[in-house]
Design a protein around this ligand. Structure first.
Ligand code: MF3
Ligand code: CO
Ligand code: CO
Length: 295
C-alpha cells in the first residue's frame, strides 16, 4: 500500500483543533494534553477516540473485509445471484473467526448488502440474477475480536456501458477526494464539501439520507459524516477518530424511495447509483485507511 500520510505544513490548520494556523499555534510547542481533548470529544460529541490497540483490532477486522471483497470480486460474473454473494461473504467471514455485522442488525435478514444498478444501498440478497452490464455494490462489515470494520465497492458485471463507467468513476473519485481532506484540523464539512463539489461538477448528485459514521467499537457510532456540506463547518478532526466515508452518488437526481421491504433504497428517477466506502483513522498528520484499497 502507498503511504498516504500527508506532511503538516506551517500554514495548515493546527492539529490541536484550535482553528488557528499550525505556525500560530502548536508548532514548536509541546502537544496539548491528549486527555483533555479526549474527554471534550466524548462529552460534547459522544465520540469515542481509539487507542493504538483498538486501531490494531479494527485494522485486523479491516484486512478480513478487504480479503472478502477480493473474494467476491473474483466470483462476480453474469449469472450469479445476489444470494450466492451473500453465501460467499457469510461463509468466508465465519471461517475466519468473525461475525457478519449486518445479519439481524435492526432486523436486516442477510449477512451483506448487495445493491444492483438503481439500488442506492441496503439491497437484500435474494434470487436476483446479475446480468452483463449491471453494476453491483457489495458492502461488507465484519466483527473480529469485537472490533468492527466497514467497507464497500461497486463492481462491473461483465462489460459495462458508458453510464455504468461514468457513475462508478465519479463515485470512486468522490471517495478519494473525501479521504484526501482527512487530517487533523480539517472539519467534517471539508469532507462533504469535497465530495459534493466533485459529484455536482460532473452532473451527478449526492444522496443525503445516508451518511458515513464513526465505527470500530460498534457498527454505527457518532459522528455522522455527510457527503455534502460546506468548508470549515462541523466538528474538527483529531487523531484517534475512526469513521467511514461512503458517498452514494446518483447519475440523475438525489431523491430516493425505500421499498416495501423497509430496507432497499432506490433512486426515485430510476437512474444508476454507485458507492465506495472505507474505514479511516485520523493520524497525527493525515489518515490511514483500515480497509485499504486503491482508489
Ligand atoms: N454497511 C452499511 C454502512 O455502510 C450499513 C448496513 S446496515 C444493514 O453503514 F443492516 F443493512 F446491514
Ligand atoms: Co458504513
Ligand atoms: Co458499509
Amino acid at each position: 500500500m502507498k503511504d498516504r500520510t500527508v506532511k503538516l505544513g506551517r500554514n495548515d490548520p493546527c492539529p490541536c483543533g484550535s482553528g488557528l494556523k499550525y505556525k500560530k499555534c502548536c508548532l514548536g510547542k509541546s502537544k496539548p494534553a491528549p486527555n483533555d481533548l479526549k474527554s471534550l470529544y466524548a462529552k460534547k460529541y459522544k465520540i469515542r477516540l481509539k487507542q493504538a490497540a483498538d486501531i490494531q483490532g479494527i485494522r485486523e477486522a479491516g484486512r478480513l473485509v478487504i480479503d472478502t471483497l477480493d473474494l467476491v470480486e473474483s466470483e462476480i460474473r453474469p449469472g450469479i445471484t445476489t444470494d450466492e454473494i451473500n453465501t460467499l461473504v457469510h461463509d468466508y467471514t465465519i471461517k475466519h473467526g468473525a461475525v457478519p455485522a449486518p445479519l439481524n442488525y435492526r432486523g436486516f435478514p442477510k449477512s451483506v448488502c448487495v445493491s444492483v444498478n438503481e439500488v442506492i444501498c441496503h439491497g437484500i440478497p435474494g434470487e436476483r440474477v446479475l446480468k452483463d452490464g449491471d453494476i453491483v455494490n457489495v458492502d461488507i462489515t465484519s466483527i473480529l475480536n469485537r472490533y468492527y470494520a466497514d467497507a464497500n465497492k461497486t463492481f462491473f458485471v461483465g462489460t459495462p456501458g458508458s453510464k455504468a463507467r461514468k457513475i462508478v468513476k465519479v463515485a470512486k473519485k468522490c471517495l478519494g477526494l473525501g479521504m484526501a481532506m482527512v487530517k487533523p484540523g480539517n472539519t467534517i464539512g471539508d469532507i462533504g464539501w469535497a465530495i459534493q463539489n466533485h459529484a455536482e461538477s460532473k452532473g451527478c448528485s449526492v444522496v443525503r439520507e445516508f451518511v458515513g459514521h464513526g465505527v470500530g467499537f460498534d457498527f454505527h457510532e457518532p459522528p455522522q459524516i455527510p457527503h455534502f456540506g460546506r468548508k470549515r463547518e462541523g466538528i474538527r478532526l483529531i487523531p484517534g477518530m475512526v469513521f467511514t466515508i461512503e458517498p452514494m452518488i446518483n447519475l440523475g437526481e438525489k431523491e430516493l424511495v425505500i421499498l416495501s421491504d423497509k430496507w432497499t433504497a432506490v433512486t426515485k428517477d430510476g437512474s444508476l447509483s454507485a458507492q465506495f466506502e472505507q474505514t479511516l483513522v485520523v493520524t497525527d498528520y493525515g489518515y490511514e485507511s483500515l480497509t485499504p484499497y486503491e482508489i
